[in-house]
Design a binder for this molecule. Structure first.
Ligand code: 4FN
Length: 225
């Protein structure tokens, strides 16, 4: 898979280049490209933002540098072109799974008050949001997408582990887990986990998973079961 990320702040992606990219690139299964939108500005001062028509506070990202940055990408027409935006559908594991099936993804990160609508209308396939809070840019959301999607690609990062987690969790929250020692600061590991009775252990874990999901994330129960 190839992921191109368009941003005005390429330096924010230093950690992602370090971790995921290294292992993915080594295995040859994942290539991540960070593209600086500013490089495509035709302005002598490399300006990429301007005031909004109709007035109102803040600046907007101009369409031309973004348009040129996207259309300069080799194979951009066949890529899944995504704008990270609070207006998008809320990202979830199912969407991560669908995205992991693409050969080529382009992620556009907004800044200021966002991007000129025409760039969305002309080039973007889908808007995705990672949650309901105000952020300063789409860069952290893009990294969340990259993290969630890349670990589903076989041979990258936790490509094997991921299948395991999905099979056993049924979309529920995970049960509490314990390691050594058996007693820590006066708290004991639940007796059943030491019993060696795997049917009892499975029942306990399932019940804890359900209990936790009912209390903290009832929305997950409605969705999956
Ligand atoms: N955010 C809200 C309402 C209005 C504006 C915002 C907001 C960054 C460019 C978008 C935010 C959250 C999740 C991208 C938020 C995301 C962004 C995301 C994002 C600068 C314009 C902006 C009602 C959600 C609180 C700023 C709600 N997932 N505007 O944050 O890019 O991807």
């Amino acid at each position: 898979m190839r992921i191109d990320i368009l941003t005005l702040f390429p330096e924010m992606f230093a950690p992602i280049k370090e971790s995921i990219l290294k292992r993915g690139a080594e295995s040859g299964k994942l290539e991540i490209n960070i593209i600086n939108i500013r490089d495509y500005s035709k302005d002598k001062h490399k300006k990429c933002d301007d005031y909004t028509f109709g007035g109102g506070p803040g600046m907007l990202m101009m369409p031309q540098p973004i348009y040129d940055a996207i259309t300069s990408i080799d194979g951009y027409k066949d890529a899944r072109k995504i704008y990270l935006s609070p207006k998008g559908k809320i990202f979830n594991q199912k969407m991560a799974s669908e995205l992991s099936k693409n050969n080529h993804i382009i992620l556009l990160c907004g800044h200021y008050e966002g991007v000129d609508q025409r760039v969305i209308d002309l080039l973007i396939d889908e808007e995705i949001s990672v949650g309901d809070y105000v952020l300063t840019g789409g860069e952290l959301p893009a990294m969340i997408i990259v993290d969630a999607v890349s670990r589903l690609i076989p041979g990258v990062l936790g490509g094997e582990l991921s299948a395991e987690i999905e099979t056993f969790s049924d979309g529920l929250l995970e049960y509490p887990q314990y390691t050594k020692p058996r007693e820590f600061m006066g708290l004991e590991v639940p007796e059943v986990l030491l019993s060696g009775n795997h049917q009892k252990i499975d029942e306990w874990r399932k019940q804890k998973s359900l209990e936790l999901t009912k209390n903290n994330r009832p929305d997950l129960l409605d969705k999956n079961n």
